[in-house]
Every structure is written in structure tokens, then in C-alpha cells.
Design a protein around this ligand. Structure first.
Ligand code: FAD
Length: 327
């Protein structure tokens, strides 16, 4: 049940686990959460649901004043329903004012379920959060990124998902002390959610890659992704894609770079046959070095590229692969 602001106190971060560890987005949220909690003169709580919470103290080192730890074997991907049930219960008992969740694939699926069960709102994919005149303000691009909407809500918990790599991580401080509170998990007995697994496809994780090579509509056939894969294996990168190829079903959404896909910040981003629409740029323009390969010299991607190659990707990419391999 939603509750009003007068009954609510504290900033909470849902700390996502990843393969037995803690997803780095948790440290980014703890950093931003710390700032919000200090501005509101309140505490920062980490909510950690995991099969094994041996690493719980890390969340204190990364900024939390308190950790609610709920351990259960069912906290394994991809079924987010046990997470939802347990989060809702502990939130209803403790009534935080703010609850932040990372906008990872898992977080994007979990957060709306939690918000619906708590009958509260959710601002998705925030790129900024602040306290202004005592009010929690959630900032996110709207109208395909043309404006930045500032959103405030009065039903609690005030929930936002936050994009990965939007904020810096809280710097680890092993002198920090905090409270660890263990909570009993409730067993989830409902149906499994398997849609998520299908949607997610294979585990690509291009957001972590140091080199991303993306293809766009300059690619003529889905089988030609083999060429991009070959380029990736020569350079040690991961395959990205513009959205039209994902919409066509040529590659899974996990590879999509852009406003409605993944935001990447690799050391090297190579755009092959991508025009450079604002929605694509939104996901890659902060890459350290951008290389664009495009037949059209007036393609907007060249305005953002550090190195531009005007040419046919079917000729340029095989040549680059040869050069990288020293052939
Ligand atoms: C709400 C919304 C969200 C969106 N989110 C995203 C998103 O997350 N990511 C995203 O990518 N898009 C997104 N889009 C779509 C976006 O607006 C563009 O339509 C899309 O990015 C264009 O993809 P593209 O560059 O591959 O295709 P195009 O714009 O068609 O460009 C293809 C390019 O390939 C070049 N080319 C053609 N043949 C060759 C060749 N042989 N060799 C080299 N170059 C060649 C052409 O000159 C052209 O510049 C979104 C749109 C909306 C409305």
C-alpha cells in the first residue's frame, strides 16, 4: 500500500546481486543515495536480497548506514517474483520515503512490479536525482531526449529506476560502520516468470565492454553480423547494434545501443553503417574514442566521431580486420 510523505522516512537502495557478487550499479546508487540522504537529513539503507550475503559489509563500506539482508535460495535469476514479494513486505514494514532501483534488465522488470504492488508511482530511467527545497526531484529525458523532465511525486515510496553508469560509484571506505539487520525471507509460491529470460536473450553485458563495435542499417543481411563478430574477435570487443536491426529481430535487444537500449561508455566505439540519430548517440556519445564507417560523408555520426572513414563497411571492415591481425 502507498503511504503519504508524513509517514515516510529514509532513502533506500535496492542493491542488485550479480553472479554471487554485487552489481556495480548498486555502488553508483549508494553514492547518489548518500547525497540525497544527507540533503534530507536522514539515513541510507541498502536492501540486499541474495542466496548468500557474506559480502553484506561491502554495502556499508560503499555508503550504507544500514543493510537489510534477506537470504533465500530463490534469489537467483531470472525469476524476479520472489524478490518483488520480499521487497514489498520489508518496504511496507519500514516505510522509506525513497526507493531507488538500477535500470538494468533485471531492475527494469522488477521495479514496475514492486511499484504496482505498493500502489505507488515509478519514474523510469532517471539520469538525475536531487533534493530541491526539501522535495525529491527525479530527472529524465522525455520526448526522445529533447527535454529533461523534472518529476516530483507525493505517494511513497517515491520510486525511480536509474540508468547504469550515470553516477560515480561511492568510493570504498573500510572505516565506515553500519548496522546489518537480517530479515526472514518469505517463500514465494506463485508462478515463475520466464518471459524475462526470453527477453533478455544471452548474457551480453555490452555496458561493461571496453570495445564495442556496432552495426546499423548499413548492414544488408542478418548473416552479415558474422563480419562484425569477426571484427570484434580480432579487437577483443563486443557486438552492438542500432535499434532498427533489433526491431527486425536480427539480433537480441541486449545488443542495442541507445536511448531505449543500453548506454555504453567504452574506450573505443566503432559505428559501422550507423547514421548517428540522436537516439543512438544518446547511448554511445560518451565513449572515449568514436570511429565511424559510413558511405555518406554527411552522416551526422561524423560530427561525433574522432576518426571517420567514408566508405563501404563491406570493404572497410575486412581490410581493418586484416590490419589488426597483421595479415
Ligand atoms: C523513442 C525512440 C527510441 C529510439 N531508441 C533508439 C535506440 O536506443 N537506439 C538506436 O539505435 N535507435 C533508436 N531509435 C531509432 C533512431 O531514431 C534511428 O531510427 C536509428 O538509430 C537509425 O539506425 P541506423 O543508423 O542503423 O539506420 P539509418 O539511419 O538508416 O542509417 C544507416 C546508415 O548506414 C549507412 N550505410 C548504408 N550502407 C552502408 C554501407 N554499405 N557501408 C557503410 N555505411 C552504409 C547510410 O549512409 C546511413 O547513414 C529510437 C527512436 C525512437 C523514436
Amino acid at each position: 500500500m502507498a503511504y503519504d510523505e508524513n509517514a515516510a522516512e529514509g532513502v533506500w537502495i535496492y542493491c542488485e546481486q550479480e553472479k554471487g557478487g554485487i552489481h556495480p550499479i548498486s555502488y553508483e546508487l549508494l553514492n547518489k543515495g548518500r547525497e540525497l540522504a544527507e540533503d534530507l537529513n536522514t539515513d541510507l539503507t541498502a536492501l540486499f536480497l541474495t542466496p548468500n550475503g557474506d559480502n553484506k559489509q561491502e554495502l556499508v563500506y560503499r555508503g550504507a548506514d544500514r543493510v537489510y539482508l534477506i537470504e533465500h535460495d530463490s534469489f537467483d535469476y531470472p525469476n524476479e517474483m520472489p524478490f518483488k514479494e520480499n521487497i514489498v513486505k520489508v518496504v511496507e514494514e519500514n516505510k522509506p520515503e525513497i526507493l531507488l532501483i538500477g535500470a538494468t534488465n533485471f531492475g527494469r522488470s522488477l521495479a514496475p512490479r514492486v511499484a504496482a504492488a505498493l500502489e505507488t508511482g515509478l519514474t523510469a530511467d532517471c539520469t538525475g536525482l536531487k533534493i530541491a527545497k526539501g522535495e525529491f526531484v527525479q530527472i529524465r529525458p522525455a520526448f526522445t531526449g529533447n527535454i529533461l523532465a523534472h518529476i516530483s511525486t507525493d505517494r511513497c515510496p517515491k520510486m525511480s529506476t536509474v540508468r547504469y553508469k550515470e553516477f560515480d560509484e561511492f568510493e570504498r571506505d573500510t572505516s565506515r560502520e553500519g548496522e546489518i539487520i537480517k530479515k526472514e525471507a518469505i517463500d514465494y509460491t506463485g508462478p515463475d516468470v520466464t518471459i524475462l529470460e526470453e527477453m533478455m536473450g544471452e548474457d551480453v553485458n555490452i555496458q561493461e565492454a571496453e570495445i564495442v563495435i556496432s552495426a546499423g542499417k548499413g548492414l544488408k543481411d542478418p548473416r552479415d553480423f558474422k563480419l562484425i563478430e569477426e571484427f570484434c574477435s580480432a579487437l577483443g570487443g563486443k557486438v552492438g547494434s542500432s535499434r532498427p536491426l533489433v526491431d527486425e529481430g536480427w539480433i537480441s535487444r541486449n545488443h542495442q545501443v541507445g536511448y531505449s537500449g543500453n548506454r555504453v561508455k567504452p574506450k573505443l566505439y566503432i559505428a559501422c553503417g550507423i547514421s548517428g540519430a540522436p537516439q543512438h548517440l544518446a547511448g554511445m556519445k560518451e565513449s572515449s574514442i568514436i570511429v565511424a564507417i559510413n558511405t555518406d560523408p554527411s552522416a551526422p555520426i561524423f560530427d561525433y566521431a574522432d576518426y571517420g572513414i567514408v566508405g563501404d563497411l563491406y570493404k572497410v571492415v575486412p581490410e581493418l580486420i586484416k590490419q589488426v591481425r597483421g595479415e
